[in-house]
Every structure is written in structure tokens, then in C-alpha cells.
Design a protein around this ligand. Structure first.
Ligand code: NDP
Ligand code: PYC
Length: 337
């Protein structure tokens, strides 16, 4: 069946209506719909409408609270926590963002643990607004066991993404990277399985631990970290920062308490923000770093992380986005009236 081309306004309407029809109040539905639309706008299909069925399943099973009222609380001079009230992460981020920005400007450096939330999205949408506010920002979150640690053959780490954003001043788009610590995001492997494509060698192993490029075999086996033991160490760091640090669940613990409805598990996330104007070069840091990034981007064959997304953003805003009919059918079935 032919994919449908739909405008971003329609992506938002579809997500928002489906969420509100299935137990989300307006604020929660709007926040998740904005996150899904942003992902589609930047060509990140694995974290756009593709995730809507999971959000709906988590509402239907009662795992996630569609009426969550996230609360912000300062824990220490540079730590401001958000308790997500067991809802989806987008509203927790929206509620916590201004306190994190204010505190970072005040102290030069601040962190935001986000607890009791269900995370199913791309992290760049969370670090980019902080860099647009002039701050450097990191985000880390764990998932459920999907990735075999270096030397192992069975899933233990989540796909555990991290993102870093760097401000470039005066309305210029920040430099943002965002990557799973698995060789591929699980969503990309699921899409390859759905569409019948192989994945690159190194993405995972089958249930017997044998290397394979068959995405279905990897989903039944284990993904691999990027870069062998180095990516494995970074995946471990993400577990410690987003779970051990803040009393939230490690990936294996999140899986143990998850009801397997296909929606996002409950877990934590850590944001860290830095005000570059408070680190010793208040007048020079921006131009100095911009010149460096320009030298990097000018090298033959090199582009800056985030450039592909921004090119997509310009094109998709005009042309709309192509969505598989099967996904639209799944959403319609789950969304009901
Ligand atoms: P990719 O491997 O596609 O990209 C990782 C980063 O590298 C991006 O910032 C990308 O920029 C950049 N990049 C890619 N190619 C180049 C290049 N040639 N030169 C310079 N930079 C490059 O992402 P992943 O598959 O690892 O992750 C996809 C998404 O999945 C992420 O948004 C992540 O947050 C999300 N995810 C979410 C999880 C969760 O638990 N919520 C778990 C795991 C992943 P660009 O975008 O411009 O290509
Ligand atoms: O793509 O690995 C992934 C993922 C996990 C949770 C949300 N996205």
C-alpha cells in the first residue's frame, strides 16, 4: 500500500486527538503531540508517529498517567528535580525547562533529574531548546534491556541515548548531536524489520549470539553497543546517571516492573546545563567556538551533527511527511473514535 503524504499540522492533530480520546488531558496530549510532530518535522521517523501506538497502549493499560501533573522541586543549590507523576516525558520537560534555565544562569551549572516518567522520544528535542536559550546541555536516559554489554551476548543495557547541544548565538541553530549508545536505535531496527530491510553488520546478534544483519533476529537476540567496549562503557554511564544517581530504575529493573504493553517503561532522565558565559571567557567563548565549528564544517567530507535534521526540517515543513499506510491503520485502530 502507498504511504500517505501528510502535513505537519495533520501529524499534530492525529496524535493530539488520539491521545485525548484515550485518557490524556489536554496539556499532556498537546505536549506529546508537539514532541511527535517535532520528530516528524526533522525526519526522525523512528520517534515520530511510529511511537504513537506505544503511547496509546501505555494509556490503555493504565501504565502511564495521561493526566499527570509534573512537579518541580529544588533539591540543592544547583539541582532542580521534576517528578513526572508517572506521565509521559514531554510535559515533565516543558514544566521543568524554565527552572533549569534560570538556575543555570544563576549558578553557571545546573542539573535536572526527571523521575517517575515514561520516555519514548528523541533527546535532541530536549537539549536543543536549552541551547536556543544560550546554554550548553546534556541529556541521558536509559530504556529496557536491549543491548549486550561488551563481551556478553544477552541484552542488559538499554539503548541508552545521550544528547549534547551547544549554543551558537543570535538565533543561529545550535550544534546538537543525539545518539543511542547502541550501534543503532531500537526504533531504527524495528523499522528495518517492518520494511524488510537488512541492517548494517555490527548492529546485533541473534538469540544464539551469532552476528546477523537480520533485524528480526536482532530484536529476538541482542543489539550491540557502538564502538565495542567504549560504547558499552558509555551505556553503563548512562544507566548510572539516569537511574543510580536519582533513585530511578536501571534498564533491567525497569523491565522487571514493566507490563510489556509495548509502551515506554517508567524511568528517569538527567539533564545537565552549563552557562558558557560563566566559565572564564564571557566575551570570547561564542565567537571562538563558532569559528572552530566553522573550520570543522568546512573540512572536505565533513558535516556537523544535526545538519541533516535541519535540512529535513526545511523540506518537510514545505512538503509534509510520508507515513506508511499500515502505521496510519494501526493508529486508527488503537485510537478509536
Ligand atoms: P544516528 O546514528 O542516526 O545519529 C546520531 C548522531 O550522529 C546525530 O546527531 C546525527 O546527526 C549525527 N550524525 C550522523 N551521521 C553523521 C555524519 N556523517 N557526520 C556528522 N554527524 C552525523 O542516531 P541513533 O540511531 O543513534 O538515534 C536515533 C534517535 O533515537 C535519537 O534521537 C535518540 O534520542 C533516539 N533514542 C531514544 C531512546 C529512548 O530511550 N528514548 C533510546 C535510543 C535512541 P543528524 O541527526 O544531523 O544526522
Ligand atoms: O529507539 O532505542 C530506541 C528507543 C527506545 C525507547 C525509545 N526509543
Amino acid at each position: 500500500m502507498q504511504p500517505q503524504n501528510i502535513a505537519l499540522e495533520e501529524v499534530y492533530r492525529l496524535a493530539d486527538e488520539a491521545l485525548q480520546n484515550n485518557g490524556c488531558d489536554e496539556q499532556n496530549a498537546n505536549a506529546v503531540a508537539r514532541t511527535i510532530t517535532r520528530a516528524e518535522r526533522d525526519g526522525c521517523a523512528s520517534h515520530g508517529l511510529f511511537r504513537l501506538p506505544g503511547y496509546l497502549k501505555a494509556l490503555k493499560s493504565g501504565k502511564a498517567n495521561g493526566r499527570a501533573d509534573p512537579k518541580v522541586e529544588q533539591l540543592a543549590p544547583s539541582v532542580v528535580r521534576v517528578d513526572g507523576d508517572l506521565g509521559f516525558a514531554p510535559l515533565a520537560h516543558e514544566r521543568g525547562r524554565s527552572s533549569l534555565i534560570e538556575l543555570t544562569r544563576e549558578t553557571g551549572f545546573a542539573a535536572q533529574p526527571i523521575i517517575r516518567t515514561h520516555h519514548f522520544s528523541a533527546l535532541w528535542a530536549e537539549t536543543e531548546p536549552l541551547a536556543e536559550a544560550g546554554l550548553a546541555a546534556f541529556a541521558f536516559t536509559a530504556y529496557m534491556p536491549s543491548v549486550a554489554p561488551a563481551g556478553g551476548r544477552k541484552p542488559f543495557f538499554g539503548t541508552n541515548p545521550l544528547s549534547f547541544a551547544w549554543p551558537r548565538g543570535d538565533g543561529a541553530p545550535p550544534m546538537v548531536f543525539d545518539m543511542a549508545t547502541a550501534a543503532m536505535a531500537r526504533g531504527e531496527i524495528m523499522i528495518a524489520a517492518r520494511d524488510g530491510h537488512e541492517v548494517p553488520a555490527g548492529a546485533g546478534v541473534d538469540a544464539d549470539g551469532a552476528a546477523t544483519t537480520d533485524p528480526k533476529a536482532i530484536l529476538g537476540g541482542a543489539q550491540l553497543p557502538f564502538g565495542g567496549y567504549k560504547g558499552s562503557a558509555i551505556a553503563l554511564m548512562v544507566e548510572l546517571l539516569s537511574a543510580g544517581l536519582m533513585g530511578e530504575a536501571f534498564s533491567d529493573e525497569a523491565a522487571a516492573r514493566d507490563n510489556r504493553d509495548g509502551g515506554p517503561p517508567q524511568g528517569g532522565e538527567l539533564l545537565i546545563a552549563i552557562d558558557p558565559a560563566r566559565f572564564g571567557d564571557p566575551e570570547g567563548w561564542l565567537e571562538h567556538s563558532n569559528q572552530y565549528l566553522e573550520r570543522l564544517g568546512a573540512l572536505e567530507g565533513v558535516r556537523l551533527p544535526g545538519d541533516r535534521r535541519r535540512t529535513n526540517r526545511e523540506r518537510i515543513a514545505k512538503d509534509g511527511v510520508s507515513v506508511p499506510q499500515t502505521l496510519l491503520d494501526d493508529i486508527a485502530k488503537l485510537a478509536g473514535a
